[in-house]
Design a protein around this ligand. Structure first.
Ligand SMILES: Cc1cc2nc3c(=O)[nH]c(=O)nc-3n(C[C@H](O)[C@H](O)[C@H](O)COP(=O)(O)OP(=O)(O)OC[C@H]3O[C@@H](n4cnc5c(N)ncnc54)[C@H](O)[C@@H]3O)c2cc1C
Length: 505
């Protein structure tokens, strides 16, 4: 179905803006700040402005400051991505990194310093130390500072606890959008919609992602006819701390600083699987953990930092330290129990190098976009970088096209039947299907079975509508899940994070 709700645009409350940005993560905020101050920009976010994956980022941002490091950052990104990345996009990412990091710093973002210079750390897949960070709460530092600047900008309006339902299109492109703002359905008159809606972690039982990550922007774009690509490439982080359904991230920077993965017998097993050991790219470490669990016939895997110099771990990684302590583990003396969980989507809404989709007036940046930089597996700390580099490019594109707001939107839709049924058990069912089929190890049989189940679930709800935000999210999740499973089935051979047990690596 083209839209999520029945509506008649002519009868709706109007709200006018030059640019609608959906998402207050790093990519949405950075795009907003770089849009010409003569244009009215409206940012909406599903929960408060700080509930997003950007705020939770720990490790930092990979950035090349020295010209001689450019080629090695490009090579590391391509290698981690299985050489499936679009090389020109990767070059843009790396070459434009420094100037955008400097912009972030001009907005007030502070990174850790060492002897008067920015301190760099290392993570898996990086050949040198090139990650700028603020202890282990880099995302919090960035989002808090960007929000402060956004609030001072007179041309930017923010609505929290709002919800993009759909983007309205006609053959010429974007005509507007429908969103819940202050619990009211509004027709948003705008010719520019930026989808900066983040990831899809909530399609799985175990994820490091925040509650907003249900893939809404991808589903909205798909319904509008945007090209969606590479959805089979989903990154599972090797080392979240598992506790009561929560997967709290233990940053890769912990291994970058010397943390070692051990099996239940204390053996440092990564050397058996890859020459880069604990700092191999994430897809390899996650699969190695599963192999080791099988070999040992035990789910127990630990991250050991007990050998760190006294006082170092708690000072360098205070949030992780405090979390472990709250769960009864003292990392200075005990190993941290870890297990892989869904973390990041490499695919998404296909854009060109300026963040434009195939639909005139629709843009995407950040995790919801498929720019081509992440390939089949993202290099650690390249996603915050993607958010600023391509957020800035989206802003530049909008600035150069200006704005003429279309005031007469004559679109209506009335094909859905309102329901008040109980659907939450089916959300759980969908997550179970995704866990069983689209996880780290995949097989054609499991994927085919999953596709069949998802199609049946979709058919139940296809022509139904309901005003609850959770129901709309669920319908979006069904679309995104079907895209993931279908694209995984289309890719018969393993590549990067997409590992088919029945094919060769
Ligand atoms: C725990 C954790 C640690 C990480 N650490 C790092 C790191 O150290 N370095 C790194 O580079 N990357 C890291 N990542 C990945 C990185 O944080 C994300 O990929 C990146 O922040 C995504 O930014 P974004 O702007 O695309 O989306 P997000 O920051 O997730 O923001 C999405 C926004 O879209 C809004 N939204 C979604 N749907 C709707 C809707 N229907 N209506 C209205 N609003 C909507 C949400 O409310 C939210 O404001 C980490 C991720 C996690 C989960």
């Amino acid at each position: 179905m083209r839209y999520l709700i029945n509506f008649d645009a002519k009868l709706m409350d109007n709200y006018e803006t030059d640019v609608l940005i959906v998402g207050s993560g790093i990519s949405g905020l950075f795009a907003a700040l770089n849009i010409d101050e003569k244009l009215k920009v409206t940012i909406i976010s599903k929960e408060d402005s700080k509930t997003n994956n950007s705020y939770m980022a720990q490790g930092g941002i990979a950035v090349t400051f020295e010209a001689e490091d450019i080629e090695s950052h490009i090579e590391d990104t391509m290698k981690a991505g299985g050489y499936y990345n679009d090389l020109p996009a990767v070059r843009i990412l790396v070459e434009e990194g420094r100037k955008n990091i400097e912009k972030l710093m001009a907005y007030g973002v502070e990174f850790d310093q060492e002897e008067g210079h920015i301190a760099f750390t290392k993570e898996g897949g990086h050949s040198i130390r090139r990650i700028v960070h603020k202890k282990d709460y880099t995302g919090k530092e960035i989002i808090e500072k960007l929000i402060e600047v956004v609030r001072k900008r007179e041309n930017i309006v923010c609505y929290e606890n709002s919800f993009l339902i759909d983007v309205l299109t006609e053959s010429e492109g974007v005509k507007g959008a429908i969103a819940l703002i202050d619990n009211q359905k509004k027709l948003i008159q705008t010719n520019h919609v930026v989808l900066a809606t983040g990831g899809i972690g909530k399609l799985f039982m175990n994820t490091t992602n925040s509650s907003i990550s249900t893939g809404d922007g991808i589903a909205v774009a798909y319904r509008a006819g945007a090209i969606i690509e590479d959805m089979e490439f989903i990154q599972f982080h090797p080392t979240p701390f598992q506790s009561q359904g929560e997967a709290f991230l233990i940053s890769e920077a912990v291994r970058g600083e010397g943390g070692i993965l051990r099996n239940k017998n204390g053996e440092a097993f990564m050397g058996k699987y890859h020459p880069m050991k604990d700092l191999a790219p994430r897809d390899i470490v996650s699969r190695s953990i599963l192999k080791e669990q099988k070999v040992q016939n035990s789910p127990e895997i630990y991250l050991d930092v007990t050998h760190f110099e006294e006082g170092y771990f708690d000072k360098r990684f205070p949030s992780i330290f405090n979390y472990c302590i709250s769960k009864g583990i003292d990392p200075r003396k005990e190993w941290i129990p870890v297990n892989p969980s869904e973390h990041y989507l490499m695919g998404g809404i296909k854009t060109d190098f300026n963040g434009k989709t195939n639909i005139e007036g629709m843009y995407s940046c950040g995790e919801s976009a498929r720019t081509g930089v992440q390939g089949a597996n993202r290099l650690a700390s390249n996603s915050l970088l993607e958010g600023i580099v391509f957020g800035n490019r989206v802003a530049r594109t909008i600035n150069s096209s200006g704005s003429i707001v279309n005031k007469s939107i004559d679109i209506n839709f009335s094909e859905l039947i309102p329901i008040s049924d109980e659907y939450s058990k089916d959300i759980l069912e969908l997550k179970k299907i995704m866990d069983e089929s689209a996880n780290i190890l995949r097989s054609e049989n499991k994927l085919l079975e999953a596709l069949d189940k998802i199609k049946k679930l979709k058919a139940v709800y296809e022509n139904k509508c309901c005003n609850e935000k959770e129901f709309m999210e669920f319908k979006n999740m069904l679309i995104v899940s079907e895209l993931i499973i279908s694209m995984a089935l289309d890719r018969k051979d393993s590549l990067g994070s997409h590992f088919m047990e029945d094919s060769n690596e």
